[in-house]
Ligand binder design. Structure first.
Ligand code: SF4
Ligand code: SF4
Length: 477
């Protein structure tokens, strides 16, 4: 039954007008820096010696390693990634609590690429009015070439974006060479095409819809706001009652907003900030630039729309009513910001501690489960273990295996041509796997059903690690 409620509305295309001003400059700067970093980083080389890739930032999935300049992370250190994610999330909450949605307005990839796509569109098709006119006009040669060129450039940007992402996962010069020779692996090719398509659709078509309907962060970030958070707001006390104004007319009995709607037509989200703080507002500041420009032209003070805190807006209103002098105050230090700083400090300290204490050699021991033990014809008991020795250094290492807490009759490594237990060679930057058999005399074995022991691997330079395990003879008849 249709109860008059609209459940679905077709997307209305937004044609933001270009604007000049402080926040627009800041957005250009943020875009240049962020895109520059994104596209350039995979090309930075970093000499790690002969046994490691020379790409400064690389997530090498087949080798299961992540490289970040001098830092190399192994799969068992994935908790560093988890720590970084948590740190980034709390950092974002912290910044949001202080500066509102600056991430959304200046640094979010969706905002940055949409801005770039709109800049290309404006460059080729003209500003807001020209683009609207072009869209409404019938098919013509001019319309075809302008639209074709716009989409072609969008595809090139999207392709570079998808390609640059994949460069973080493989050696960038090698992949570029493969792309040039149309010899890309199926996996790399699918990622590049997938990311090209998603960038093209998200920045070319979906645009503000992503922020409004798809991004979960937009929904819950108001939980980080308080009355001291910087927001973009329209000063209603100063601006209303609004209305058209002719040069020379008095400002008595009316507000400073001349209802020119410049703040609305520059808004990439298509909203009117004069209606109050809205979930759609990404705090990009373009309406501030537009309104400041208008204020300059009509010789009124800037700041009818501005970044300010809820508290300042309220204090200003109160001051006007009570004729008290108003002084703007920004309160950065408040309990909420201290909580976030404390959480970030604890996480950073834990990560630093873990990082500084990470070992270059790691031993893991897995006791065979099936069978738990083997009774030999002599009556002795044999247990078998799988040892994995991780050698994170850049040199081949020879480890000697020792067993503490048990005096076995024999220790040997399984397999034809297997090394002696005191000669376990592990190549640089790799993992050595050895099947080690430990034989215990029947008499000693039968004394206890389980014997605790410690396996230790050590090389001549003192690189070592150890792990507790058990020798099992439980149930032997
Ligand atoms: S209302 Fe202003 S700050 Fe908010 S999205 Fe629109 S232009 Fe940006
Ligand atoms: S740009 Fe400023 S003066 Fe013009 S409508 Fe917006 S708030 Fe009013």
């Amino acid at each position: 039954m249709n109860d008059g409620v609209v459940y679905f509305e077709k997307q209305k295309k937004i044609y933001p007008r270009s604007v000049k001003g402080r926040y627009r400059q800041l957005k250009w700067l943020a875009m240049s820096v962020l895109l520059g970093i994104y596209y350039a980083v995979p090309w930075i080389r970093w000499d790690r010696g002969p046994h490691a890739p020379n790409q400064a930032v690389l997530i090498d999935m087949p080798a299961r390693r992540a490289y970040f300049f001098n830092i190399e992370l192994w799969p068992q250190e994935v908790y560093f990634f988890a720590g970084l994610m948590v740190l980034a999330a709390v950092g974002l909450f912290f910044v949001t609590s202080l500066l509102g949605r600056v991430w959304c307005g200046y640094a979010c990839p969706q905002t940055v690429w949409t801005d770039l796509f709109v800049a290309v569109e404006t460059w080729i098709q003209g500003d807001r009015n020209a683009r609207m006119k072009l869209d409404k006009s019938p098919l013509s040669l001019e319309k075809i070439w302008k639209k074709t060129l716009t989409h072609a450039l969008w595809v090139v940007i999207a392709l570079c974006t998808g390609g640059a992402w994949v460069f973080y996962f493989v050696d960038a010069p090698t992949l570029l060479d493969q792309i040039r020779h149309f010899d890309v692996s199926y996996m790399a090719g699918s990622w590049i095409l997938g990311l090209t398509a998603s960038t093209y659709i998200m920045a070319g078509y979906a645009r503000e819809q992503v922020c409004i309907y798809m991004c979960p962060y937009a929904r819950f970030q108001s939980a980080m706001f308080d009355k001291d958070t910087l927001i973009i707001g329209y000063d209603r006390e100063r601006g209303d009652p609004r209305g058209k104004h002719k040069r020379g007319d008095s400002w008595e009995g009316r507000g400073h907003c001349i209802d020119c709607t410049q703040c609305v037509i520059v808004c990439p989200m298509g909203i009117d900030i004069r209606d109050g703080l809205q979930m759609e507002c990404i705090a990009c500041g373009l309406c501030v630039d537009a309104c400041n420009d208008v204020m300059d032209k009509i010789d009124l003070p800037r700041g009818l729309i501005r970044y300010d805190t809820q508290k300042n807006y309220e204090r200003r209103t109160l001051a006007q009513k009570t004729a008290v002098l108003f002084k703007s105050e920004i309160n950065l230090l408040r309990p909420r910001t201290f909580y976030y700083i404390a959480i970030m400090t604890v996480i950073s300290a834990l990560m630093l501690f873990a990082f500084l204490n990470r070992s270059n050699v790691e031993l893991s021991v897995i006791h065979d489960r099936n069978p738990l033990y083997v009774k030999l014809s002599s009556g002795d008991i044999r247990n078998t273990y799988t040892l994995k020795i991780v050698n994170k250094t850049r040199e081949d290492r020879i480890f000697a295996l020792e067993i503490d807490g048990l005096s076995p009759r024999e220790i040997s490594v399984a397999g034809a041509g297997a090394p002696q237990p005191d000669n376990l060679m592990v190549l640089a930057n790799s993992v050595g796997t050895f099947r080690v058999m430990v034989v215990l005399e029947a008499g000693k074995a039968m004394r206890h059903p389980r014997h605790n022991l410690r396996m230790v691997v050590r090389d001549q330079e003192g690189f070592a690690d150890e792990m507790e395990t058990v020798f099992i003879s439980e149930g032997v008849q």
